[in-house]
Write a protein that binds this ligand. Structure first.
Ligand code: BES
Ligand code: MN
Ligand code: MN
Length: 456
């Protein structure tokens, strides 16, 4: 029988083509227009999981998009790995900024371009193929349970319910997720933390209708002006967030911990050049890497109101709105922060407008230990395939279900991501390296092997 490595080498073309097929399905969870495509994607994932040798594969309906679950139990006495990933993707717009259509994947210079290529189809599918390689060659050393959801990009609310209702089914020893990035292809790293999130929408209403800006301008408050002023006041001159109590729960890192994290290589000049910015900006007293990972933030994600069509229209709009997100760090509770924001925003509203704050979704931050068997197994696996020990780093993004896996199932997670920050996830021209895809498929079986051995 072939070895795991031989199986991967022989089937490389097929592994790539199967991923491209998945990428052709526009499984956009946020837009109801794609509901049937999301369902079709779940079915495709189910078929692929079955073909890979997983058993009891099912598409589990939820109030929203379905969850695909499958398992391969070789021996109940052996340790169990719970793999999590998401087959839903972010909306692809603005479409005009893509060099090739987002759902017509192309491979150019060994890079796969498509919405979802890195986040997260390309990454979760590495697990399906790694399991295939282990099962088909008789080398699966532990039990595996695989749960791939369709609502990560919209907050994973129904998955939370599913996890709470299926504690027994999901019982495992560790959670394994590939949905984050490494420092560089020659600088492997493992994420040991994620930020939480509080997301909301605000609306500022002034006069009861749009007005002529000449007839009324100067005498009636313009809701767009007011909204901008209110938003500007949410940060102080040191770029700290101006909401009373916002930092109260923040877990400050010790100097030793900050020093440890600062060991990860980071070239600020290259980083700025790659983004096309002349200077970085953030909270006083923290480095650029710290600002993007271990510190909380507040950002406007979208803002609208008034006339934005062709040409000019002299109008004083009746309303203005914005979508605002706050990234949170350990100990800050999403619901508490949403309330703090809401109370504050209402309090600073001037008497000449009416403000409403509508909470969206949220999630808690998570940190994962580096002294666990699972971390050591992951580190050893990467060391073997990259030739370098991975550096522990903290990530700035959010995967809300990670905190829930810990609270509800008592499980720690290994964030075994193989992407890069420059993959343009959530942006036009999202891409994932063939190198990264194949490296992930090669590294995952080594994790299983070390995890099984070290658990003995
Ligand atoms: N895979 C990302 C999260 C991520 C990206 C973590 C890069 C670390 C590094 C995930 O799909 C995502 O986009 N999550 C959302 C949160 C969700 C509640 C919408 C996010 O971070 O905005
Ligand atoms: Mn993701
Ligand atoms: Mn995402």
């Amino acid at each position: 029988m072939a070895s795991v490595e031989e199986h991967i080498e022989t089937n490389k073309e097929r592994f790539l083509n199967e991923l491209l097929d998945l990428l052709r399905i526009p499984s956009v969870s946020a837009d109801p227009k794609y509901k049937a495509d999301v369902a079709r994607c779940a079915e495709a994932v189910k078929t692929r999981m079955e073909e890979a040798g997983l058993e009891k594969v099912e598409v589990c309906p939820t109030k929203g998009h379905p969850i695909v679950y499958g398992e391969k139990i070789i021996d109940p006495a052996k340790p169990t790995v719970l793999v999590y990933g998401h087959y839903d993707v972010q909306p692809a717009d603005p479409l005009e900024l893509w060099d090739s259509p987002p759902f017509e994947p192309v491979i150019k210079d060994d890079v796969i371009y498509a919405r979802g290529s890195a986040d997260d189809k390309g990454q979760f599918y590495m697990h399906v193929k790694a399991v295939e390689a282990m099962v088909k060659t008789g080398n699966l050393p532990c039990n595996v349970k695989m749960m791939i959801e369709g609502e990560e990009e919209v907050g994973s609310e129904n998955l939370g319910t599913f996890v709470k209702e299926n504690k027994k089914k999901l019982a495992a020893d560790v959670v394994l997720i590939s949905d984050t990035a490494m420092i560089a292809n020659d600088v492997p790293s493992i994420n040991t933390g994620l930020r939480g999130l509080s997301y909301l929408e605000v609306e500022v209403v002034g006069p009861n209708r749009d007005l002529h800006s000449g007839v009324y301008g100067g005498a009636v408050a313009n809701p767009i002006n007011v909204l901008c002023e209110m938003i500007a006041n949410l940060h102080d001159k040191d770029h700290r967030i101006n909401i009373p109590g916002f930092y109260d729960a923040v877990q400050e890192l010790s100097d030793a911990e900050r020093k440890e994290l600062a060991k990860a290589p980071f070239n600020e000049k290259e980083w700025m050049d790659e983004l096309g910015i002349k200077a970085a900006r953030g909270e006083k007293g923290y480095s650029t890497s710290e600002r993007a990972t271990i510190r909380p933030t507040l950002d406007v994600n979208g803002i609208w109101g008034g006339y934005i069509g062709e040409g000019a229209k002299t109008v004083l709009a009746s309303k203005a709105s914005a979508k605002i997100s706050m990234r949170l760090v350990p100990n800050q509770k999403s619901a508490d922060i949403t309330k703090l924001f809401s109370d504050h925003f209402n309090k600073i509203a001037p008497p000449y407008v009416t403000v409403t704050v509508k909470p969206h979704h949220g999630g808690e931050a998570a940190v994962t230990p580096t002294d666990s068997i699972a971390y050591k197994a992951a580190s050893k696996a990467m060391e073997e395939t990259f030739g370098k020990t991975p550096i522990p780093t903290r990530g700035g993004g959010s995967i809300p279900i990670v905190a829930l896996f810990e609270d509800v199932l008592g499980l720690k997670t290994i964030l075994f991501g193989f992407g890069l920050d420059s993959d343009n996830i959530h942006s036009p021209n999202e891409h994932y390296g063939v190198f990264n895809y194949m490296k992930g498929i090669a590294t995952i079986p080594k994790f299983y092997q070390h995890f099984a051995e070290m658990s003995k």
